[in-house]
Design a protein around this ligand. Structure first.
Ligand code: 2HA
Ligand code: ZN
Length: 274
């Protein structure tokens, strides 16, 4: 029995493989982090090695002090995660101040956590707060249709949420809160981390203009499902726009969105409806 036989590590690797299979992770694109439960840390602890030095993150999340995260590695390819986990992913521990990490397992050969770790960390911090600790997964991917939409629609939450809701009937049920939109920014730093985490106080998904999507959720299925549903809706939107050359004969009307929300017992963000 090794750490790779532990259920949570296997589920994490499976999600990376699923994202690769979807075509959302060209080269080293995208990243995945998971905030481990106490019992999962305990199961993995026998396999931890002597920790690395603490590395400052440039951002602070006091509510995440002492937590452990599974993370993809900076510059690592989702394509390789299942084939070579020990070099592609790792586990990091957060210091008591909530502003630095150290590696306790994986990321062999001098690898480091994802370049987007500050964004993931801040998103974990605000989502954990917003969901009373339920949120554990932050997932960033580069799904092509959603990125394409960011060239055609005004970069705001209302326009994106409405377009996606109206692209497929399940959408208002899967993400009734809509999606946030971050304008184009340089990736990898504290600035985009703070901008994204501001939106994640309200939304469980945030679009990065001309770059990709961040999703959050309590578990791998829900979070992967959110990414998958949003990208499928974006694909339909792009198909409709291209096939119809911008002309749309009919769509799901706002009162029909309200009717779905009522029957499925979800609270649609009313300020986005006409
Ligand atoms: O990990 O996706 O945003 C590579 C990226 C950066
Ligand atoms: Zn990216």
């Amino acid at each position: 029995m090794g750490i790779l036989d532990i259920g949570i590590v296997q589920s994490y690797i499976r999600m990376c493989e699923d994202g690769w299979q979807q075509g959302w992770h060209e080269r080293n694109g995208g990243n995945l982090t998971y905030r481990m439960k106490k019992e999962e840390v305990a199961a993995c602890r026998p396999f931890f090695y002597k920790p690395s030095e603490w590395v400052d993150m440039g951002v602070t999340g006091e509510n995440l002090a002492g937590e452990y995260f599974l993370t993809t590695g900076s510059g690592k390819y989702f394509r390789n995660v299942a084939l070579d986990p020990i070099h592609s992913i790792g586990i990091v521990e957060i210091n008591p101040e909530g502003n630095a990490w150290r590696i306790v397992w994986g990321l062999k050969g001098g690898a480091r956590p994802t370049s987007e770790f500050p964004s993931h960390f801040m998103n974990h911090s605000v989502r954990a707060e917003a969901t009373k600790g339920e949120c554990r997964v932050i997932y960033h991917a580069h799904p092509a249709n959603l990125i394409a939409m960011t060239y055609l629609l005004p970069l705001n939450a209302r326009d994106f949420s409405r377009a996606l809701w109206k692209s497929a009937t399940e959408c208002p049920v899967v993400f009734p809160g809509g999606v946030g939109v971050v304008p184009w920014m340089v990736p990898g730093g504290a600035e985009i981390a703070l901008a994204t985490s501001q939106l994640m106080k309200k939304y469980d998904a945030a679009v990065w203009a001309h770059h990709g999507l961040f999703c959050s959720g309590p578990d791998f299925d829900t979070t992967f499902g959110l990414m998958h549903t949003i990208e499928k809706a974006a694909q339909i939107w792009v198909l409709v726009q291209s096939a119809g050359q911008g002309k749309v004969l009919q769509t799901i009307e706002d009162d029909q969105l309200r009717a779905i929300a009522k029957d499925f017992g979800v609270c649609l963000r009313e300020e986005f409806l006409n």
